[in-house]
Ligand binder design. Structure first.
Ligand code: ADP
Ligand code: MG
Length: 293
């Protein structure tokens, strides 16, 4: 490819809100056959809201919200922010947190009013022998079937209930996925969230391949594995979590609405944070390279 044509291509990209780091990026884009999509913040808006709280018999709802809100207030995670905000709206000022641990991809722990509180995946609670009651577990399964994200909460060694948060699919994601398929690309949904939620979101946008319950540190390994299987991988992500996978991918695309770390690790920035821009980028490179030949 001539440098001039590639430069023209990157210039065209900039006009469309597709910022390409260097002309050579267009060449690697052409060979892509698989597009790995991070779920939260990429396919979905990542703006979660607290929609439901289910407590165990004997647990006070306001008490649960005060403790959950206090711990989550110290976490940057979209789930945490939704819980802290929802809790504040319902119970007012949150108690002070005296100790805080973030368990990557699993949840949070903290001490509030002398209580050791754990909020996160059911498996995180299970690490300290806390198990949800059958009634709460049933409510959890039902919410997950509806594609909602459910986190469990327990304190002082006893599981107490669940908090349900819902994220929404971006209005343009389904169209972008359909366009990817039309271009012969295979979209894959990658998430730390559970299988049921991941399947539901995937179904909503038309993705058939789902890799769920992946720890943040393992996202990069998923990309490497797909590459070893002979696939040429583009990865689209937004979070700090996604940065190593974005760097490992043959082509890394960061949502412009995402974190700086993700943007730095990528080859292309999608200014509008719209998944259709990923399709524009791939189409642009194909067009640029075919005019050169
Ligand atoms: P994603 O890959 O979708 O961006 P993460 O890897 O960040 O998700 O998180 C995976 C899962 O870990 C979440 O779906 C949630 O169950 C749990 N989790 C992570 N952080 C928190 C938190 N601060 N509070 C509660 N649960 C959390
Ligand atoms: Mg994310």
């Amino acid at each position: 490819a001539t440098p001039t044509a590639l430069l023209v291509g990157t210039g065209r990209g900039a006009q469309m809100g597709v910022l390409i780091k260097g002309p050579e990026v267009l060449e690697s884009t052409r060979k892509v056959d698989t597009v790995v999509l991070d779920k939260t913040g990429t396919v979905t808006t990542g703006k979660m809201t607290l929609t439901d709280v289910v407590t165990d018999e004997g647990t006070d709802r306001a008490e649960l919200l005060r403790l959950a809100g206090a711990v989550e207030d110290s976490s940057e995670h979209p789930i945490a922010q939704a819980i802290a905000k929802g809790a504040t709206q319902e119970v007012g000022e949150l108690p002070t947190l005296s100790d805080f641990t973030n368990v990557e991809g699993k949840g949070v722990r903290g001490t509030v009013d002398g209580r050791t509180v754990v909020v996160g995946r059911e498996s995180l609670l299970a690490e300290t022998q806390m198990a949800l009651s059958p009634a709460v577990a049933a409510a959890k399964a039902e919410a997950e079937e509806q594609g909602k994200t459910v986190v469990a909460i327990g304190w002082d060694g006893i599981a107490r209930g669940i908090l349900v948060v819902a994220d929404t699919v971006k209005p343009t994601s389904a169209e972008a996925v359909a366009e990817m398929k039309a271009l012969g690309l295979t979209p894959v949904l990658l998430t730390g969230d559970n299988e049921a939620v991941a399947r539901q979101i995937a179904a909503e946008v038309g993705i058939d391949e789902v890799i769920a319950e992946v720890l943040p540190s393992e996202k990069v390994d998923v990309v490497s594995r797909l590459q070893r299987e002979g696939r040429t991988v583009a990865m689209v992500g937004d979070g700090v979590n996604d940065a190593p996978a974005l760097a490992q991918a043959d082509l890394g695309l960061a949502m412009g609405t995402g974190t700086d770390v993700a943007i730095e690790a990528s080859d292309i920035t999608l200014v509008r944070g719209d998944l259709r821009s990923a399709v524009d980028a791939i189409r642009l490179s194909r067009k640029t390279l075919s005019t050169i030949k």
